[in-house]
Design a protein. Sequence first.
Lengths: 189, 109
Amino acid sequence: MSDAISALPGAAFEGAVRVEESGLQGMITLRGDFGTAKLKKAVKDTVGVAIPATREIAQKDGRGAAWMSPDELLLLLPYADVTDALGKIDKALSGTHHLAVNVSDARAMFRLHGATVREVMAKLVPVDMAPGAFAPGQIRRTRMAQIPAAFWMTDEDTVHVVCFRSVAQYAFDLLKDAARSEGRMGLFD
Amino acid sequence: MLILTCPCCGVTGEETEFHQGGEAHLKRFGPGSSDNEFHDYLFAKENPKGVHLERWRHVYGCGKWFIAARNTVTLEVYGTYSAQTTEPPKDIRDRISAKVPGWSWREFA
């Protein structure tokens, strides 16, 4: 099989914050009834965390689960482990109504790091980025300029953005533009 | 600009994050109905100046449908509620009545 590559390998920009493409990230879209014990167990077994509460993301040891909608989770795990994990999920959930799909190659992921990441995101998304309104551990699916995107913070200085791979260049250009040091506005300082 | 709260994921977002999906609480007429009923179901939509009940979808967020009670004149949003209902809940009706006494929308008032 040919080597897998991410959407914009090595793309990075140094401005008010650093914007970089995150590289290959394993992702599984899992849909089903969150209330069932089988699904809860499958999530725990796959990524090591419990199903997160509404609009939250739980992460542990490079794996995680993000709440995408009342019946959809995004599981994060190492790229190489996805096929195995999918097999296990399908086995564990056989007989229950569910959907588990490998979306690793259908998404692009970016990492923003710097003291002013809140301001950079606030320029692009219709979300209140003030400290206290959006905190690490929460995930928000929204509109980033003209494309759908989801993002979360792992700490006060780091934001992760996920979007469709087909718009990866557009997303990177947007983030790059918003992150230019000439564009500092001093929000949330 | 409308500020809507999605009852499915709890996000309060501005209009561009959502998409309007036409009139709410439609009664469907399909095979077996008369031509007039089917015509009205397809084409005779409410277009009020004032209180309106509409379907909306949180298209950039959780992707779920819900219903919004709003005013087409003042752009006031009285509330949003689950799409799995056949009539507006009492608290929404009370809130509309407090602002627009004597309102009616199709069979609801």
